[in-house]
Design a binder for this molecule. Structure first.
Ligand code: ADP
Ligand code: ZN
Length: 519
């Protein structure tokens, strides 16, 4: 049989999606592959179809224990012999399955990485032929990723122990360079066919809401979308619980999910959402990897996540069926503080910590830019677009008038320069505003020529402009707990009068109250 026939006969689909055929064809031909596709791009078929075309057993390594059963059930329903090995099985079940695998009863075996190097499993694999090993969610092998799993380090050791090196196929929805390099190196992929399908999800609207009352916004949104299914992501378990309670009290049909709940409770909650018994899922980022619910119409981030990668993956759970869906991030400066706190309390090497701060800042920039949000996201994943505006994000659809702020920008840039590029957003704003703040006076900044040259603005307004300038690259922010504002090559262009800057008026009563906490 050829891949096209299998696609139709076993899976009931008419045609391949982008990248699928090429990857399948390469595997069957005998080449390692690295498949990078966005969430719901259709990665599973890329290893399931080759498994059917090859002699022997294909192993699929997956971290998602809770989903193995679903995947295997679905395959069986399509008439494909598959099974899984993970910690949910009893010793007896485990034994039976291992025997069945040895007897060649399965084409596909899903296995959790922790199981690979167990004596029982190693005994079996030396007796059978394993032509192909697929590594799902392969970014979990990289420490740079947002989802590093130490058990993935078992994979290379396991591969080395096999009689014959199998073909390897690594699959992920993560496309950052560091992680891709890690995957290739750690798994020792042999001249793999690398396919990165476009990361754009044209049916998704992207929005950032700043300076709003989040609760009010959310309630209003839910009222206007009362017949739709959606996910609301919060930063902490506590927040999930309190928001869930509040929404339930208001009569919304809500499930919740976080790492502090028991297994049973989580499963029940997840199923209620998957089978449309409850419309809304309120969850921490513990929820969602591998979830295949097609009709999620919105993903709202009640709190900002830690980086763009995590954001895009979570937001990407909307609209798997290709229908129009919305991804909205509710920004508040408080969330930046929270994320920084989380970084502070996590023990990590300095190099990594810097990277984590940088990734956070990139997302903060996403929240403050006036550029097309989709363009920003795609550029982050290394994709160049031949358009400037997508027409389907909150920035492209924002038709408020833009004001020329070149003069303000020049004042700010010169002040940063005169303060020797050594202070944070608040100090710079205080100096420009002519604040009598003790620290300002102690440092003698009242003698700078830029002191008080923006006293017709509030400090908060100045801070807003500075954050905007950072987001647009006219200023840069160092990484770390106390970031310092610096000039960039673009600053020079502005100071020399070679570039003009336009900015929309922000509406931000709330933001103004909380912005202080950040800096
Ligand atoms: P990923 O693992 O990349 O997130 P999946 O493999 O779970 O994505 O696929 C997402 C959805 O798209 C699934 O419901 C799957 O059945 C469907 N799908 C995959 N390939 C095709 C195809 N060629 N035609 C139609 N639907 C497809
Ligand atoms: Zn846009």
């Amino acid at each position: 049989m050829n891949p096209n026939r299998i696609l139709k006969e076993y899976f009931g689909y008419e045609s391949f999606r982008k990248g699928q055929y090429e990857l399948i064809e390469a595997i069957v031909r005998g080449q390692d592959v690295l498949g990078i596709m966005p969430t719901s791009g259709g990665k599973s078929l890329c290893y399931q179809i080759p498994a059917l075309l090859m002699e022997g057993v294909t192993l699929v390594i997956s971290p998602l224990i809770s989903l193995m059963k679903d995947q295997v059930d679905a395959l069986r329903e399509s008439g494909i012999s598959a099974t899984y090995l993970n910690s949910t099985l009893t010793v007896q079940e485990q034994r039976t399955r291992l025997e069945e695998i040895r007897n060649g009863e399965y084409k596909l075996v899903y296995i959790a990485p922790e199981r690979l190097n167990t004596v029982d499993f190693l005994n079996i694999v030396t007796d059978i032929s394993i032509p192909f090993v697929a590594i799902d969610e392969s970014h979990c092998i990289s420490q740079w990723g947002h989802d590093f799993r130490p058990s993935y380090k078992e994979i290379p050791r396991f591969i080395r122990r096999l009689n014959q090196r199998p073909l390897l196929g690594a699959f992920t929805a993560t496309a950052t360079e560091e992680i891709i390099t890690d995957i290739k190196e750690i798994l020792k992929l042999d001249r793999p066919l690398e396919i990165i399908t476009g990361f754009d999800r044209p049916n998704l609207y992207f929005g950032v809401e700043k300076g709003i009352d989040k609760k009010k916004y959310l309630l209003n949104y839910l009222k206007n979308h009362s017949d739709q299914s959606g996910i609301i992501y919060c930063a902490t378990r506590k927040e999930v619980e309190s928001l869930a309670k509040e929404l339930r009290d208001k009569g919304f049909s809500v499930s919740m999910y976080h790492g502090g709940m028991g297994n049973e409770e989580r499963k029940e909650s997840q199923d209620a959402f998957l089978y449309d018994q409850s419309l809304i899922m309120i969850a921490t980022n513990a929820f969602g990897m591998g979830i295949d619910k097609s009709n999620v119409r919105f993903v709202i981030h009640f709190n900002m996540p830690k980086n763009i990668e995590a954001y895009y993956q979570e937001a990407g759970r909307a609209g798997r069926d290709g229908e129009n869906s919305e991804c909205i991030l509710l920004f508040s400066p408080q969330d930046v503080v929270k994320q920084k706190y989380l970084i502070e309390i996590t023990d990590m090497q300095q190099e990594r910590e810097q990277m984590v701060y940088k990734n956070l800042q990139t997302l903060v920039d996403y929240c403050h830019t006036h550029d097309c949000l989709r363009k920003r996201l795609l550029e982050y994943f290394g994709e160049n677009t031949d358009w400037e505006q997508c027409g389907k994000c909150s920035n492209c659809l924002d038709h408020r008038e833009k004001k020329n702020i070149t003069l303000e920008a020049k004042k700010i840039l010169s002040c940063v320069y005169r303060m020797k590029e050594s202070f944070g957003v608040t100090m710079v704003a205080n100096v420009l505003n002519g604040s009598k703040n003790k620290k300002v006076l102690e440092l003698g900044f009242q003698n700078l020529s830029t002191y008080g040259i923006m006293d017709d603005y509030t400090t908060k307004d100045i801070q807003q402009i500075i954050l905007f300038l950072v987001a647009e690259g006219y200023l840069a922010m160092t990484e770390g707990k106390y970031p310092v504002v610096k000039l960039t090559p673009q600053s020079v262009a502005v100071l020399k009068g070679k570039e003009e800057i336009f900015k929309r008026e922000d509406i931000n009563e709330i933001e103004n109250q909380t912005e202080r906490a950040v800096h």
